[in-house]
Design a protein around this ligand. Structure first.
Ligand code: ATP
Length: 341
């Protein structure tokens, strides 16, 4: 954790538009009334090709040293850097906020303000399965107590902070062993939070109700694949899959966050890399989440507000129909960095 004046973080540089995203984050960081010390790690494809083991060792050591990391998009060639970091840092929970962005065109007119908390491991994603003869295939689905508990704890603590309830969602009436265990663990955690309402929704019903009445939902906790599906659907509702940020967490034996890594949704955008036109919003929102996690809640909120206000004012990059360069958009965000009264 940082001392009072300086936030230390590992900064994992990637490919494509990564240098431009980093420049934007640095500019915003420089405009804040605290010092932010970036500890860079080279995770570019070139560095990974040259020396993959050393590259990941350095990245993991930097994340462990600083306990907080900001990661930019990386190309997946042979290995997936995200999967390697997730395995080696034992990230078990993913937090994906998805909120309507005034100024961004959508086909859905509801107001979305969701926090999707998802178990980052297991579900149907650990086992590619196998064929049995020509006409049958099977795979194993995994739900584990520890990450389920960590996701539930994280969701309830977040809901307590936000003053809202938690909805847990799965198909526990069908997947009675696996999703049944997940819901049992969530219920057990819920008992420790008597002030936070808890509701169980079947996942198919949740999708339907969420589309009809998104305002009724705020914090949702789910097993791995459901959270994945839900995040993309929610992004579709707010009109962009590329504007969001996400956080990955690992936990200590007491269930407290140990390591935290923040990254923008979206890829390396090789088609526009180096042209100075990419949209740094998701990286800035990831940085805002990082500041909040580092104990600078007011500053995190300030950066988040500034990004949203800039987009709402129509001062956007080309992908959102505007004419701003990455630099000009960043400058417009910096001009709006004023504390909430
Ligand atoms: P990757 O293999 O890293 O996923 P990709 O090109 O397949 O790269 P994205 O990086 O997600 O996938 O890009 C999809 C499209 O969205 C591209 O046209 C890209 O220019 C655009 N895009 C992605 N990120 C941004 C951004 N931050 N700002 C502007 N446009 C973006």
């Amino acid at each position: 954790m940082p001392d009072r004046e300086t936030v230390h973080l590992a900064e994992l540089h990637g490919d494509g538009i990564s240098p431009e995203l980093s420049a934007s984050v640095h500019e915003v960081a420089n405009a804040l009334p605290i010092a932010v010390q970036f500890h860079p790690v080279d995770l570019t494809l070139e560095a990974r090709r040259k020396s993959p083991t050393a590259c990941y060792d350095t990245a993991v050591a930097a994340i462990r040293d600083r306990r907080i990391a900001l990661k930019y998009p990386t190309v997946t060639e042979r290995e997936s850097p995200n999967k390697i970091l997730r395995d080696r840092c034992r990230f078990s929970v993913i937090h994906r906020p998805v909120a309507s962005l005034p100024g961004v065109k959508t086909r859905h007119d509801g107001k979305v303000d969701l926090h999707i908390i998802r178990i980052a491991v297991g579900g149907t994603y650990e086992d590619a399965g196998r064929r049995i003869g020509d006409d049958v295939a099977v795979s194993i689905r995994v739900i584990e107590r520890r990450p389920s508990r960590e996701a539930a704890l994280y969701a309830f603590e977040l809901a307590r902070r936000l003053g809202c309830g938690v909805v847990s969602s799965s198909k526990h009436t069908i997947q009675r062993a696996t999703d049944g265990l997940f819901e049992e663990i969530v219920l057990d955690v819920a008992r420790a939070f008597p002030g936070v309402a808890h509701q169980v929704e079947l996942f198919d019903a949740l999708l339907y109700k969420l589309l009809l009445k998104p305002e009724a939902y705020r914090v949702i906790v789910t097993p791995n694949e459901y959270g994945d599906f839900l995040s993309d659907m929610a992004c579709g509702m707010v009109g962009s899959i590329g504007l969001g940020a996400s956080a990955s967490y690992s936990f200590d034996e007491q269930g407290r966050v140990d390591l935290a890594m923040f990254d923008p949704a979206g890829g390396t955008a090789p088609d526009i890399a180096g042209k100075g036109v990419c949209n740094p919003s998701a990286s800035l929102l990831a940085f805002a989440m990082l500041l909040t996690h580092a104990g600078c809640r007011g500053l995190g909120q300030m950066v988040d507000d500034a990004v949203r206000q800039t987009i709402a004012a129509g001062e956007t990059t080309r992908d959102l129909g505007g004419t701003k360069s990455t630099k000009d958009f960043t400058a417009a965000v910096c001009r709006r960095l004023t504390p909430r009264s």
